[in-house]
Design a protein around this ligand. Structure first.
Ligand SMILES: O=C(O)C(=O)[C@@H](O)CO
Ligand SMILES: [Mg+2]
Length: 255
């Protein structure tokens, strides 16, 4: 198994370029991040080149977080902001060689939100295809993100079918899926053709994946048996120093 360090949570105290170096030194095969926009893309690109790591994914900007925004793409009346965020994310990803962009839906419910999300996803997929980029959508759990538009894998599968683009995939975050739906093994097997990236953390406390209600040794063995080819995203919140939280890596690498 190979792992991707999610630098939105790991080595958060370091600048993004330094966090990339730390991930390399700790033995990660790749990195991913949340919102890299405060760092010029050339600096991130230089760190990726120096380490030989790929940045597997990044997110669209969330909007005005001080006003509570958590994404824009499903919010009726904010289409031009949502599309600007999509354009910015695709341009940044394309500059640093990132293959996936997670388009964040935001807090909204109902038919108008769904229609808005579908239109914006269509727009994002067409634009991303020009740079060979995949668009990801990620169901988030109701405890951390109450009222978020996208909360289940069923909803995500329906949206992917409706948009009908081969570069629209599911971000299967085991942490969120376990909290909302459980049945991880069957869901991973069933949804494998739709999955663009997988993330993990302990459940329910979202820290290192060496305790809690999910047995990741079992899950990673299953992914191996399904020949899942990509690094798995370690997106957890270390309870202290990131480097001291990595005991799980050697234990799970050979799952
Ligand atoms: O919270 C998560 O899980 C993520 O993957 C973020 O990128 C989006 O909030
Ligand atoms: Mg996630």
């Amino acid at each position: 198994m190979q792992f991707s360090a999610n630098l939105g949570f790991l080595w958060k105290e370091l600048s993004l370029p330094d966090a990339i170096l730390a991930a390399k030194n700790a033995g990660f095969a790749a990195v991913e991040c949340h919102w890299p926009y405060d760092v010029p893309a050339e600096k991130v690109k230089a760190a990726l080149q120096e380490t030989g790591l790929k940045m597997l994914g990044l997110n669209t900007r969330r909007g005005d977080t001080s006003a509570g925004d958590n994404g824009l793409a499903a919010i009726p009346g904010r289409v031009s902001e949502a599309r600007a965020a999509i354009e910015e994310a695709i341009a940044y990803a394309s500059e640093i060689g990132t293959p996936n962009v997670h388009v964040m839906a935001g807090f909204a419910q109902g038919d108008e939100a769904r229609a808005t999300f579908l239109d914006n996803l269509h727009y994002a997929c067409e634009l991303a295809a020009q740079s060979n980029i995949t668009i990801l959508i990620e169901p988030l759990n109701h405890y951390d993100a109450p009222g978020y538009f996208l909360s289940t894998t069923q909803q995500a599968s329906d949206l992917i079918a409706l948009v009908g683009k081969t570069n629209l995939k599911l971000m299967f975050d085991c942490y969120h899926v376990q909290l909302m739906e459980g049945d991880l093994s069957h869901r991973l097997e069933k949804l494998m053709p739709l999955i663009g990236h997988i993330q993990f953390a302990s459940v329910p406390d979202r820290s290192a994946p060496d305790h809690g209600e999910v047995n990741y040794e079992y899950i990673f063995k299953l992914l191996n048996s399904l020949s899942y080819p990509k690094p798995l995203g370690a997106e957890y919140k270390p309870s202290g120093d990131t480097s001291a939280s990595l005991g799980w890596m050697s234990a799970l690498k050979h799952a």
